[in-house]
Design a protein. Structure first.
Length: 210
């Protein structure tokens, strides 16, 4: 939901900088790959080590900059099927790196007990859901349906996970991260259900237009 509302703001803020990069010869695909490399590098080097202030801040900057590729592509008329494919694929790598790194931190650093078990499990479910949510949309589009509904888009999931991480870095109890990851996992699962339901309704209407 936050992603839908934020697109207009990011377009207004970043169209000119994106066009400036385009004039320097930077392509949307170059921005996509660079953003992913930065995201994965920041996630795997900072989060497992417990750098919960620097890590989320760096990743937040990269997340905001991640919108540059789409803005540049649309502004310069360089949108392409391959570009959309590349962007979606790279997003899955970045999401997996962030959530997987949080799972690694929990497994390696939290005291043995129920809280650690729940945190690791929630992070791992969130990793799976981070791939399943966009897959449901892509698969729907491949059969002529639309599945852009859901309470937890990519931006929502990352902001909640990184926000909870940042709070722990500032001194909040570790269960704050657990709650954040549980929310991401559950909200993502609900989003998948919402998308399956939406496609089911569309398919039934197509099969029985009367």
């Amino acid at each position: 939901m936050l992603g839908n509302h934020g697109r207009g703001l990011t377009k207004a803020l970043f169209t000119r900088p994106a066009l400036a990069l385009g004039r320097l010869g930077v392509t949307p695909n170059m921005l996509t790959v660079t953003g992913t490399v930065l995201s994965v590098t920041a996630a795997v080097t900072l989060l497992p080590q417990g750098h919960f202030v620097a890590g989320p801040l760096v990743l937040l900057v990269v997340l905001v900059a991640d919108s540059f590729d789409g803005i540049l592509a649309r502004a310069t008329g360089k949108s392409s099927v391959f570009g959309a494919f590349l962007d979606s694929t790279m997003d899955r790598l970045a999401d997996g790196a962030v959530l997987g790194s949080l799972a690694a931190w929990a497994a390696l650093s939290m005291p043995t007990g129920v809280l650690r078990t729940v945190t690791v499990a929630a992070a791992l479910v969130a990793v799976v859901m981070a791939a399943t949510v966009p897959y449901a949309r892509a698969r729907a589009e491949s059969i002529g349906a639309t599945a852009s509904v859901g309470i937890a888009e990519r931006t929502d999931r990352l902001l909640v996970a990184l926000g909870a991480t940042f709070l722990v870095g500032l001194g909040a109890p570790q269960w704050v991260l657990t709650i954040g990851l549980l929310y991401v996992a559950i909200a993502s699962f609900i989003t998948v259900i919402q998308r399956v339901r939406a496609v089911s309704q569309q398919v039934r209407q197509a099969d029985d237009p009367a």
